[in-house]
Design a protein around this ligand. Sequence first.
Ligand code: SF4
Length: 392
Amino acid sequence: MPSVYIHIPFCQSRCIYCDFYSTTHIARQQQYIDCLLREMEQRANEWELLEDGERSADDKTLLRARTLSIYIGGGTPSTLPPALLVRLLNETVRLFPPIEGAEITVEANPDDVTDEWIEALKQTPANRISMGVQTFDDTLLHTLRRRHSSQQAIQAVDRLQKAGYHNISIDLIYGLPGQDIEGWAKDVDKALSLHVPHLSAYSLMYEEGTPIMRMLERGEVQEMADEESWKCYELLCDRLAEAGYRHYEISNFALPGHHSRHNSGYWDGTPYLGFGAGAHSYDGKHLRRSNVASLSEYIEAFEQKEGKGYYDTERLTDTDLYNEFVMTRMRTSKGVSADEICSRFGAATLRHFSKMIEPHLQKGNLLQMGPQVSLSRKGIFVSNDVISDLFL
Ligand code: SF4
C-alpha cells in the first residue's frame, strides 16, 4: 500500500547545519501550492498503478487505491499560512484517500505552533506532528540559528497536547559545538519530561557547503570527539529504554505502537509518491523519480510548460536495489533477513551476504538470530563501515 510525501521547501531562515533543499522566498508560497496541487492532480492516475492488490471482481478495473500514510515535510510546512495548509491537506486526502487510521504527519517549527495554527490544523485530517526542537539549550539554539527558544518548544508541545494532539515526535541533535555529555543528558531528560511518544535523535553532521562546515574549517567550532559522541548515544539509548521507548531504528525511538508508519514504509521498500520541488518517488520495484530541487524551475514547469520537464527518472539495477535494501533495513532493529535476501535477490546474492557478514559477526558488530542479522550496539557506532562492507 503506497504512501504520499509532500515537500514544502520554505523556511523563515536557514539553520547553519542544514543541507536540505529549502528557500526563504516565502512570498511564493501561494504560487507554489497552486503548482503542487496541479502536480498531484496530474499524477493521480499514476497512483492507481502503484496499487497492485485492489482490483474489481472481473480484474479489469483498478479500484481506488488507499494511502497508508501522508507526510508533509520540508523545509518548514508550518510556515505556510494556515488557510493554505488546510487547503493542501484537504486536497491531498481527496486525491489520495487514506486508509482508516492512516498516519498523517505535518512537520512544524516550535515557534509556528500558535493557537491560530492549531485551530487551522483541526480543520485537517492531520493526526501527528513532528517538531524540530534540536536542543533545549538557548545558547546552542542561537548558535545554530534556530528561530525558537527552548521555552517555545516546551509551550508548543503543551499547546498541542492540550488541543488533543498527543501523537508528537520531536527531533534532537547531539554533538553540537560546545555541548558536553551533561548538556546532552539535560536535553534527553527534558525531552522525556514532555511525554511525547516518539523521539528522533541525530549526531550533528558537518555537511559540505553549510555555514557550520565553513566555521569548522576556520576553527570557529570544534567537532565533538568520537568517544564523547558515542557516550552521548549510549546515554540516549539507555535513558529511553528505561523510559519504555523501543529503539526501532538507529536514530528513532518510540513508545509501543508509536513508531513512524511513514518512515517504516521507506525502510520496508513501500512505494511512495513524492510531490513538490526536490521530492522523490519510488514505484516499489525499479523506478525512482526525482523532482527538480529548485522552486523557480518547479513553478515555471507548471506555469509555462504545462507540467512538463520538472523531473528525472532513474531505473534502479538489481545491485542498486540490494544495496538500498541492506542500507535501510540494517538501520532497523529487526535488521535483514537472509531468507528475504534469497527470495528477493537470489542465491548468489545470499552467498555474498553470508560471506560478508562473517567477519562482522566475529567482531561483534553484527548479531544473528536464525535468519535475522542486525547491528549490535557496538556495530551501530561503525554502522556506515559495516553496512558498506555488505554491498555488492
Ligand atoms: S528549519 Fe529545518 S529545513 Fe529549515 S533550515 Fe532549519 S533545519 Fe533546515
